[in-house]
Write a protein that binds this ligand. Structure first.
Ligand SMILES: Nc1ncnc2c1ncn2[C@@H]1O[C@H](COP(=O)(O)OP(=O)(O)OP(=O)(O)O)[C@@H](O)[C@H]1O
Ligand SMILES: CC(C)(CO)[C@@H](O)C(=O)[O-]
Ligand code: BAL
Length: 282
């Protein structure tokens, strides 16, 4: 495994030869969720490239950026074991020699949920991912469904910029208690960590409830269930069309659904999502 701090050197090492190249962008503090992406990439591609970069332009909250966990040494060990060939772990200056002033327009896709609650977040994600794609020029890029809306935004970006890459969505990896693995879980207090599995439990209970209830009733049911734990506070829970990400007003036959939540657990903001809501999407 080769580790690069400079994009130009990584590009030169990758060369122009046509080799099926897979790419897994991450912000480090790696866990089994990331490992599942790298292992899938390893199975499907000749060359596996992983980036480890905490991208400042996607953080709308400076405290969140400051506290974001970083552990490159442990990350490199995990990546070597998972079969990565190339790692790009750059400085901010290497990725952004000058500030990126591009403003993307993803229409409705980034106006709801994370887009609405983290202003500028997806614009920053698009800035960094487009730069990483330009350096790595992958054939396939792997993203986790934990960041469900992010996948829709990346797909829109790839279409807009006409980047010839296949976006591969990967299922959410959870702990034994159901909590979606996330780098930010390491920042939870013991009490909040014990409460956090209630999020997935409520999302799943909502799926059963939704079989005989309206969209609005289901959203209320899930929100109240999570909020009934005094250590958790729902920022939003929304059931959307899984393809367009647009909020659903009523169940529609043939439309796949996704229920997406952001929950404050003390100082830590967690997100999760589950599919299969309503009488039709079983
Ligand atoms: N539990 C998980 N299962 C599957 N994929 C995941 C999981 N957690 C993260 N990923 C994916 O890994 C990639 C890198 O994510 P990132 O480095 O932000 O990690 P993270 O654990 O989501 O961190 P955080 O949510 O705390 O920012 C993203 O595509 C993300 O969706
Ligand atoms: C895709 C990504 C690595 C861009 O910084 C980040 O948003 C993430 O980890 O999901
Ligand atoms: N995985 C999402 C990155 C972020 O929260 O900024």
């Amino acid at each position: 495994m080769q580790v690069f701090n400079r994009g130009a050197e990584l590009s030169a090492a990758l060369g122009n030869e046509k080799v099926l190249t897979g790419f897994v962008p991450t912000m480090g503090a790696l866990h089994e969720g990331h490992v599942s992406l790298v292992e899938r990439c390893r199975r499907e591609c000749r060359r596996v490239v992983v980036s480890v970069f905490v991208n400042p332009t996607q953080f709308n909250d400076p405290a969140d950026l400051r506290s974001y966990p970083r552990n490159l040494e442990a990350d490199l060990k995990l990546l070597e074991a998972a079969g990565a060939d190339f790692v790009y772990a750059p400085s901010v200056e290497d990725v952004y020699p000058e500030p990126d002033t591009r403003q993307f327009d993803f229409g409705q896709t980034d106006k709801v949920m994370e887009g609405a609650h983290r202003p500028g977040h997806f614009n920053g994600v698009a800035q960094v991912v487009s730069r990483l794609f330009a350096i790595v020029q992958p054939d396939k890029a792997y993203f986790g469904e934990k960041d469900f809306q992010q996948i829709a935004v990346i797909r829109a970006m790839v279409r807009q910029l006409q980047i010839p890459v296949q976006i591969v969505p990967c299922p959410i990896v959870r702990g034994a208690d159901g909590l979606a693995l996330s780098s930010r879980n390491a920042l939870l207090t013991a009490e909040h960590r014990a409460a956090a599995p209630q999020i997935y439990a409520a999302l799943k209970a909502g799926v059963e409830f939704s079989r005989t209830a309206t969209v609005a009733q289901t959203e209320r049911f899930v929100t109240e269930r999570i909020d009934s734990d005094p250590l958790l506070k729902v920022e939003y829970f929304q059931i959307v069309d899984a393809d367009t990400l647009l909020p659903l007003d009523q169940w529609r036959e043939g439309v796949a659904t996704r229920g997406c939540a952001a929950v404050q657990a003390g100082a830590v903001r967690l997100i999760d999502n589950v599919g299969g809501y309503g009488p039709y999407d079983k």
